[in-house]
Design a protein around this ligand. Structure first.
Ligand SMILES: [Fe+2]
Ligand SMILES: [Fe+2]
Length: 168
């Protein structure tokens, strides 16, 4: 996202996610630091909005992309300090987010896949839909604040991995 509040001027986008943004469970994400420079709500909106724009450009399901992108990190613990017995944060938090998202809204199968597979690359759960792949890539991009060429390189590697996984 070029500017932090760019999404606010995009009326079509806002209309797609307004009901979710109003929910206290989503607003609460602002209480958690995601990365050094952003809280989890800012991060979630950035992932949702950028993924939405890419999906729209590619004539994909931008509605599901916008909504599930916003909910992909709907969990409430500090991932830097909370440790789990059952598995890594990368494995666990998409499941926690999915469970929380299902309490807020009805999700279609694509939205469920987007949330559950957004750690593709770090985990072996292969996205079923192109929209899930987009969100997983944008999530990395937003997290690392990389610029164009590293993203392009990463996209290349990810697509290769995706194709291989589809074949096997
Ligand atoms: Fe995440
Ligand atoms: Fe994320």
């Amino acid at each position: 996202m070029k500017a932090r509040n760019e999404w606010r001027n995009d009326k079509e986008y806002v209309a797609l996610v307004a009901d979710l943004l109003r929910q206290p469970a989503v607003q609460k994400l602002a209480d958690y630091t995601q990365h050094h420079h952003s809280d989890r709500l800012q991060h979630s909106i950035a992932v949702s909005y950028d993924s939405y724009r890419i999906a729209k450009r590619l004539h994909l399901d931008y509605v599901s992309t916008a909504r599930a992108g916003l909910l992909h990190d709907l969990f409430y613990y500090d991932w830097r300090t909370t440790k789990f017995d059952l598995g890594t944060h990368a494995f666990i938090h998409p499941r926690v987010a999915l469970r929380n998202a299902e309490k807020l809204t009805r999700l279609n199968s694509k939205e469920r896949d987007i949330i559950l597979k957004h750690m593709f690359g770090a985990t072996l759960a292969v996205p079923k839909y192109a929209e899930s792949l987009i969100v997983s890539l944008v999530d990395d991009y937003e997290a690392e604040h990389e610029f164009f060429s590293p993203l392009k390189k990463k996209l290349h590697q990810r697509m290769k991995k995706y194709r291989l996984a589809k074949i096997n």
